[in-house]
Design a protein. Structure first.
Length: 255
């Protein structure tokens, strides 16, 4: 079985791990590297040290780690962050000029500024073709507008949850898992939307954490019935025998 050496990197905190070919470079966990992506050159943090894995487990083509980030790369990254803030303000204005129903979330330059990506949310589909042309003319680079969901928006923006801690999605959850109202019912939690919804307006991700430790409601009910035993017939509403009724009548009459 053929083996391939890879390193795992993240582009954002708590982001998905992507694997790259380190080549002759041997970066360690925590190192900052420059990698080649389909969008251009980008900076990432190494979170999985170099190791060999079967080729079947790797999505091909495996793109390379170009180099460990230099001081110049890091300075360029900081400069890009400032330019992204300016780009957000410009894009907000352009969206208003075009009268588009969309909410801008973030902007991101690739390290080489070959592409500028804008992230936004919207209720439905948005025809932003004219906006892209306008932005391309303004920034003189390739423009990509990417629509994201409200959970992704919360992950990118961050914030504090009802528990008072930073949102799970932007601190350690690398992927979103399905969450259902059934989980809240199973844990006997309040079904008030204000109490079980996160900042994103969706059910809180933490409803999954303890869900498996609670019994299924149906199984819980069956177990309770087995432990309590069948109800007495009289308690279920059966009329008492005639002799019992007569005895009760005599006692009421004093006989």
């Amino acid at each position: 079985m053929s083996q391939t050496r890879v390193v795992g990197v993240r582009f954002r905190r708590a982001g998905k791990i992507y694997y790259f070919d380190p080549g002759d470079i041997d970066p360690g966990v925590g190192d900052t590297v420059v990698v080649e992506t389909i969008r251009g050159l980008e900076v990432a943090e190494v979170v999985v040290a170099g190791r060999t894995v079967p080729e079947e487990e790797i999505s091909q083509p495996l793109r390379p780690v170009v180099r460990k980030a230099t001081p110049e790369d890091l300075a360029r990254l900081e400069e890009n962050r400032e330019k992204e803030k300016e780009a957000l303000a410009v894009c907000e204005r352009k969206i208003a000029e075009h009268g588009l129903e969309m909410s801008l979330v973030d902007a991101e330059y690739t390290l080489d500024r070959a592409k500028l990506i804008f992230y936004f949310t919207a209720e439905g589909r948005v025809d932003f073709r004219q906006l892209v042309r306008d932005l391309s003319s303004t920034f003189k680079t390739r423009i990509e507008l990417r629509q994201i969901g409200v959970r992704d928006e919360a992950k990118m923006m961050g914030g504090l949850g009802p528990c008072g801690r930073q949102l799970c999605c932007c601190t350690f959850l690398t992927e979103f898992q399905p969450v259902s109202i059934r989980m809240a019912k199973r844990q006997d939690l309040s079904l008030n939307p204000n109490k079980i919804s996160g900042l994103c307006g969706r059910l809180m991700c933490c409803l999954r954490y303890e869900n498996d430790y609670y019994p299924d409601p149906k199984a819980k009910k069956e177990k309770a019935q087995q432990e309590d035993g069948p109800e007495p017939e009289d308690a279920a509403g059966r009329e008492p025998p005639a002799d019992e009724a007569e005895g009760a009548g005599r006692s009421r009459r004093g006989g």
